[in-house]
Design a protein around this ligand. Sequence first.
Ligand code: ADP
Ligand code: ZN
Length: 229
Amino acid sequence: MRGLRLLIIGKQGSGKGTLCAKFALRFAIPHISTGEVFRAGVANKTELGLRTKAFMDAGELVPDDLVMEIVNEFFNRDDLRSRGFLFDGFPRTVNQADLLDRLLEPEGVDAVINLDVATEIVIERLSFRRICSDPNCGAIYSLTSPPKVKWVCDRCGSPVVQRDDDREEMILKRLSDYEKMTAPLLSRYDRLGKLITVDASCSPEEVFADALEELAGRALMQAGGAGSR
Ligand code: ADP
Ligand code: ZN
């Protein structure tokens, strides 16, 4: 049986990374965050990082051809077509969604989880958000749920910092890009009957439980646990 093919879509700060971390702990599906891949490239000054840094620094989307380069590399490196995957932050434009469809012909993805939350809530969450500075760790914290020891990552001991693009001026620009370029994808997946919208204003545990229940309701996963392997 092939693994589940899931996409997570939502505004910046809707909790995509947090939800994916919970899925990845529970299920053996590869979790791919294009944003994390790009941040790691910039931090490690790789060739990809040098090509994406200016876009990231400006809070802009990375051009589709660079995004598809890393996505294609994941498909070449890992047997994602049979193992399944959880994409976080991809696709983010209609063009990226078209290219993903082509990679997955004929079936496409199984489901798209839309993390639905009001803009005022995500603006506050993003200004509170702090992350582990080690891009290989990627742990997520906030002013309201900080690490145990003062601003040192619980998981790896690296300093916990604010993401450069989480400063206020950039937040508004990124949210407006989301509305313009990414939100149109929701109706596309809805028309295909693949869209699962979850209320993302509640706690991460509730969001995770709701998402599992919706997937179970579509016979894509068992609600309580073991599914998907
Ligand atoms: P957020 O969802 O808060 O923007 P991510 O970690 O998903 O955070 O992405 C960080 C940055 O990486 C984005 O602002 C953008 O510059 C780049 N990026 C990530 N995924 C994509 C994508 N699919 N298309 C274009 N740019 C992307
Ligand atoms: Zn860490």
